[in-house]
Design a protein around this ligand. Structure first.
Ligand SMILES: [Zn+2]
Length: 279
């Protein structure tokens, strides 16, 4: 009887999914801190810049309880498939903590710029550790063409965008904008600390036209400046944007923010979430 019942429920669910009145869980984004974000779609989970040691006096650190849940593989950080690192700066990446997380969670793949991987090898107790079999490094120079990886149900695309401050400072930083498509369903763009100058995007105009993200995570200075907003609207064309890297002086209450950030969607409080719009 129970078998028949669960068979009937299963068939109803399948029928519902086929007809579109039952939706598989919508993709969503969960804010960790600074530029740290967890994205889930169906059974798939990825994280961007989840562990880092420095606030530089103005950014939030990942809360201690979130870090413990990551290392223990507890919700919402259970079954994470991949981690993406934007660049090797102390408010984005801890070589030691990411190495230890990879040791603790043996199914996680890491995607990171070569500069970060070199730092992780020197931080590792065993630089030949099997952890490095799960590391995918990109080695992109200034103005190099984007690269693509296929990893089961993840389509991973990477392009180097100069770090903010270009052309005066931090020219040597390999800052990677990761464009990741989960389950051929939701495309997510994480811009790291990209510089909001259209020259960096114009050279890969076709690349940006090829796949509009369902959700983009630009550092808040893209939303705060006309040049940045122009890139979001005319190059990246994401369905939705949530600003990250927001200093702790910016209020969660839009009225208390500087005018240019009042109408913008920003990640401010660790643990807050957004649904990612899909078709
Ligand atoms: Zn930063």
């Amino acid at each position: 009887m129970t078998v028949i019942k669960s068979l009937r429920t299963g068939l109803l669910l399948l029928f519902g999914l086929l007809c579109g009145f039952v939706r598989a869980q919508d993709p969503s984004a969960f804010y960790i801190a600074n530029e740290g974000v967890l994205v889930s779609d169906g059974g798939m989970k990825i994280m961007f810049d989840p562990l880092f040691p420095n606030t530089y006096g103005q950014y939030l650190l990942p809360p201690e309880e979130m870090k413990q849940a990551m290392f223990a593989g507890e919700a919402p950080f259970d079954s994470v498939n991949a981690i993406f690192i934007s660049h090797y700066h102390g408010d984005h990446f801890s070589p030691e903590e990411i190495y230890h997380l990879m040791e603790a969670q043996p199914d996680i793949q890491l995607f990171a710029p070569n500069q970060a991987i070199i730092a992780m090898r020197s931080a590792a107790s065993d630089s030949g550790s099997a952890v490095f079999d799960r590391v995918n490094s990109v080695n992109l120079g200034f103005n190099d063409s984007p690269v693509t990886f296929r990893n089961n149900d993840l389509l991973v695309e990477a392009v180097r965008i100069p770090h903010s401050g270009w052309p005066n400072r931090m020219l040597d930083v390999e800052n990677i904008a990761w464009r990741v498509t989960l389950n051929d369903n939701a495309t997510i763009l994480h811009l790291g600390d990209s510089d909001p100058n259209d020259d960096h995007f114009a050279i890969d105009a076709e690349y940006w036209d090829e796949r509009a993200p369902n959700m983009a995570f630009p550092p808040y200075w893209f939303q705060a400046t006309p040049t940045g907003r122009n890139i979001l609207v005319n190059r990246i064309k994401a369905r939705s944007n949530v600003g990250i890297h927001v200093p702790n002086t910016i209020s969660a209450d839009p009225i208390l923010r500087p005018q240019e950030l009042r109408g913008r969607d920003l990640f401010i409080t660790p643990g807050e979430t957004r649904l990612i719009p899909t078709n």
